[in-house]
Design a protein around this ligand. Structure first.
Ligand SMILES: [Zn+2]
Ligand SMILES: [Zn+2]
Length: 368
């Protein structure tokens, strides 16, 4: 067996290619996804063993060397379960006993049959409007999770009246010969008893789980950050063969706001203020998360000045007390209202004449 071929790759594959190919193929041929499918099971074993060598830089170099000189390496021989050539092994540089070579195969088989396994995690992304993220609250989210199968209560199999095991014809073990050597392997399907007292569950085809959509209500704390990740224990996929449930992970995606931006617990915004309001002082309406509030712009406020509106920032995640909330920081931006009529122009000329100071003098201060 060519290890690269087993992963649908060639020898130029990068470590990342190998990783990806392994994850993709291991998922496709996993025995739990293909219960009772001998071909998938064999393919899964080849994929796993190819990855064991190619996924390890040192073992991969060794394999590449042996491949170039066309010398069948020990690792390759152990993988080719069928068509195994003992003469090449005898010449191999790494001697191994038969039990060592096959031990992992048998252990895999034993693990598959008996062990309950923790359910895998369920990941999802939840978009939230800026306002919802600031307010927090209860948000329903629809998830499709693998639940324990109702047909077999997650066992993957159901009891039946005992029958003779068709795999070993009641012998409890399978035997095969290779040359003049005879091998014996305990029978998996009947656990070496020769009799079957259960059959694969028809509802879930032996996986013990079944896809079901469900609504989970998330409790979002006020002021949650963009990209925050929430864990909901026990709401992921069901475990195989009665194993515990995995966890649900939700990544929050907060959409940006057209007016406000976040700065820790504070909110920031730019507030346009007309020239006469800035010069003479004014009370102006400023938007907040809870509606407009009046803010006093002091006389002579310059562009870029910052006004702090206490308690109108991001609410505390733990308390509704506005004293614990952040502040709203308003940056003043002076704007000139359109001047179209003669009277306004006349007033501005007069204003200029009354205030002849050069507002750009400081730019040239160093030269004069
Ligand atoms: Zn079932
Ligand atoms: Zn059997």
């Amino acid at each position: 067996m060519d290890l690269y071929g087993a992963l649908d790759l060639d020898a130029s594959a990068t470590a990342a290619d190998i990783e990806r190919a392994y994850l993709r193929l291991a998922r496709r041929y996993h025995p739990r996804i293909n219960p009772g499918d001998r071909l998938a099971e064999e393919r899964f074993r080849q994929v796993s063993q190819a990855y064991e060598v190619l996924g390890n830089a040192e073992r991969r170099r060794e394999y590449d060397r042996s491949r170039i000189v066309n010398h069948p390496a020990t690792v390759e021989a152990t993988i080719a379960f069928e068509g195994f050539d003992f003469s090449s092994l005898a010449q191999g540089h790494e001697a191994a006993t038969f039990s060592e070579m096959f031990s992992d195969v048998f252990q895999d088989a034993a693990r598959r049959v008996t062990s309950p396994e923790r359910g895998s995690a369920l990941e999802l992304t939840m978009p939230l409007s800026f306002e919802d993220a600031m307010r927090g609250g209860h948000f329903p989210v629809s998830v499709v999770r693998q639940e324990r199968c109702p047909g077999c209560a997650g066992a993957g199999r159901v009891s039946i009246a005992p029958v003779t095991c068709p795999a070993c014809r009641g012998a409890g073990a399978t035997r095969w010969a290779r040359g003049h050597m005879v091998f014996t392997k305990p029978c998996d399907p009947c656990g070496s008893t020769g009799r079957l007292t259960f059959q694969v569950c028809r509802v879930c085809a032996g996986s013990g789980v079944q896809a079901r959509s469900e609504v989970v209500t998330l409790v979002i704390p006020p002021g949650i950050d963009d990209a925050a990740r929430m864990a909901v224990p026990g709401r992921g996929h069901a475990g195989a063969r009665g194993g515990p449930m995995g966890d649900l992970y939700v990544t929050i995606e907060v959409s940006p706001h057209p007016v406000f931006s976040r700065d820790g617990r504070d909110l920031r915004m730019v507030l346009p203020v007309a020239v006469h309001e800035a010069a003479l002082g004014a009370k102006v309406d400023v938007p907040t998360l809870t509606g407009p509030v009046k803010v006093k712009v002091p006389p002579g406020t310059g562009s870029g000045s910052k006004l702090r509106v206490r308690g109108q920032g991001i609410p505390s995640a733990h308390s509704a007390d506005p004293a614990l909330a952040g502040d709203l920081i308003v940056e003043v931006q002076i704007v000139l209202p359109p001047v179209r009529d003669e009277r306004s122009k006349e007033l501005l000329r007069e204003f200029g004449a009354l205030n002849p100071a050069d507002v750009r003098a400081h730019l040239f201060g160093a030269q004069s």
